[in-house]
Design a protein around this ligand. Structure first.
Ligand SMILES: NC(=O)c1ccc[n+]([C@@H]2O[C@H](COP(=O)([O-])OP(=O)(O)OC[C@H]3O[C@@H](n4cnc5c(N)ncnc54)[C@H](O)[C@@H]3O)[C@@H](O)[C@H]2O)c1
Length: 350
């Protein structure tokens, strides 16, 4: 199978790319604009494989996408290209509309045109997987889980644009019969995660003896999934999912943000005892505007219908992740020095 992986130089896209090539032996073409969030070093483990190709392209550029379809004639596509950071969407939403909505629309239309000109065999077997987030569902109270039937109620410019693209994907299936599936996943963490997101930020701040910023009272709950479990779920959906269906992906690992931060501090105390206790660095800061209180995913459909199971618990995954950041200064130091040094993002200017 030859797969287009849009956003393949990002956090999840690179994990999917490594999994498809190194574990499953599929041919991939990564399509990525290389924004600030991209890092070709995350694809280094597969860069010498003859199963891997890279094309720098903006998913909003219809002519370029058409050309790549003609050139490579793929069997499938996973769309992971997105602007993905909620805080950045608060201070600059325009690029989120461009990539997350217009870009997704451009891919749907380009895929439709490609399949219209392809033979029946490819038309029947081609699959497109549009990757989305649980944030489209809004915030839960103390109980309950998001299912595939939960109504959309996004709170941030980021989640609103992801919601819009999910609606487009489903509409393109119903109206044009495009063989597209949607996945909604909970918060990912793991190696190669850009250090503006909570877990890598806390690890690196702790390592450098800097304040560990916790939004609001730290009681916001997220449902954490190790990124390689997400990559396996996406490959499973791409190969065995049914067109037109939605699949929730989650690891049943609910944690309050403050618990996550304290757990990282505990691991750092064990691995870097000379700087213990790291939790003395915890600093509560002004909450994120529109901050959803709780997310929790019911992944029963994916588990029962397609046989996927998360392999990593939060306890095993977070320890692996901390160890990875301690070992891979070569990966993150250039980002900390040149792209993002840990400053606060996403406050509405007063
Ligand atoms: N990170 C999470 O916890 C999480 C959870 C659930 C779903 N998702 C979804 O998974 C997808 C990937 O998330 P991520 O965390 O890997 O994001 P990321 O920010 O790490 O990577 C996004 C990638 O997309 C590329 N990109 C951005 N705009 C582009 C454009 N116009 N054209 C081509 N490429 C472009 C970037 O260069 C980058 O390589 C997103 O759709 C996100 O909504 C993320």
């Amino acid at each position: 199978m030859r797969v287009f992986v849009t956003g393949g130089a990002g956090f999840i896209g690179s994990a999917v790319s490594r999994h498809l090539v190194a574990d499953l032996g599929h041919e991939i073409v990564v399509l990525d604009k290389l924004t600030y969030a991209a890092n070709l070093a995350s694809l280094a483990p597969i860069e010498t494989s003859n199963l891997y190709r890279f094309e720098q392209v903006d998913i909003c550029d219809r002519a370029a996408i058409d050309r790549l379809f003609d050139l490579y004639r793929p069997d499938a596509m996973i769309n992971l290209a997105a602007e993905s950071h909620v805080d950045r969407s608060i201070s600059g939403s325009r690029v989120f509309l461009d990539t997350n909505v217009v870009g997704a629309f451009t891919l749907l239309e380009a895929t439709r045109a490609y399949l219209a000109g392809a033979g029946k065999a490819l038309g029947d077997s081609f699959r497109m997987l549009h990757v989305s987030t649980d944030e489209v569902f809004g915030s839960l109270g103390d109980d309950g889980l998001f299912t595939e039937a939960t109504g959309y109620d996004p709170s941030s410019p980021y989640s609103a644009t992801k919601a819009a693209s999910d609606h487009l994907a489903r509409a393109w299936h119903r109206t044009y019969g495009l063989p597209v599936m949607v996945s909604n996943c909970s918060n990912n963490y793991g190696p190669y995660h850009f250090p503006e997101k909570l877990i890598p930020l806390i690890i690196l701040q702790a390592l450098e003896g800097q304040p560990l910023p916790v939004y609001g009272d730290g009681a916001n709950v997220r449902d954490w999934l190790y990124v390689d479990d997400h990559a396996r779920a996406l490959a499973t959906i791409l190969q065995r999912g049914r067109p037109g269906e939605t699949y929730n992906v989650g690891g049943r690992n609910e944690r309050r943000n403050i618990e996550v931060v304290r757990q990282i501090c505990g691991i750092m105390d064990a691995l870097r005892p000379e700087a213990a206790p790291h939790d003395r660095l915890i600093t509560f800061v002004t909450d994120r505007p529109g901050h959803d209180r709780r997310y929790a995913i019911d992944a029963t459909k994916l588990e029962m219908e397609l046989g996927w199971r998360a392999e990593e618990t939060f306890d095993t995954g977070i320890e692996k992740t901390v160890r990875w950041y301690l070992a891979r200064r070569d990966w993150w130091e250039p980002l900390r020095e040149r792209v993002y040094a840990g400053e606060r993002l996403g406050l509405i200017p007063t």
